[in-house]
Design a protein around this ligand. Sequence first.
Ligand SMILES: [Zn+2]
Length: 258
Amino acid sequence: MRYRVLRPPYCYRWAVLILTLVTITTFGVAALRGSSAEGAPTATKPVNQGKSTPARATPVTAEVVRHTERPGRVVALTFDDGPDPVYTPQVLDLLSEHDAVATFCMLGSEARRHPELVQEVLARGMRLCDHTVSHDRDLRTRSEQRITAEIVGGWTDLQIAAGRDVPIPYFRAPAGNWSERTSAVAARHGMRSLAWSVDSRDWTLPGAERIVTTVKEGVAPGAVVLLHDGGGEREQTVAALAELLPWLLAQGYELGFP
Ligand SMILES: [Zn+2]
């Protein structure tokens, strides 16, 4: 009788013990799975961010850059609206001839048409700058979505044209029409807004000599010079560059980056 009376509690204890073990195991595995499932997106996020902004080491500010990266007698030449199959190679040859570097503010639409030029610009040690997909001069007045599409789209076009993850440290607003919003969107994607301190006004086609004079008069240590290798007739710019490069070097300037 006693035996029979005592037996159920013993059975109950074993059942409780087994149930507890099963519960711990089940919940333990579930918890591990849960944490790894939750951990996955957090682990993926930085990777994605890294992918969308390969060269970004530190967060980028929305401040507009108008001077060279390094202090001293340095000048940064920037070429906009390319790549162009006629003028970009000529500009690259002149730069290489003088061991000079420059920054190329390219349009996504043109980069897509001439990916080999994007690759050549990179192979020559130049830097890329995102000048949007389609050069919408009124970009600053557009919606945030449209601004993002133009800026991130241009960035993506350059990456695809390059054929690999490449640093694109700068963004330049079409026609220099900056706004807080365009700079903020660019900064979020790891690009600093790049302006200039010397406008060569080569886009007005004033003649090579006039371009040379404008740059000579405006240049100073730390200057960022606006020039164009795309978007129309750029023979004057190429001719002016052939004169400006030896002159800059003779003045003791080094060619650098913004
Ligand atoms: Zn432009």
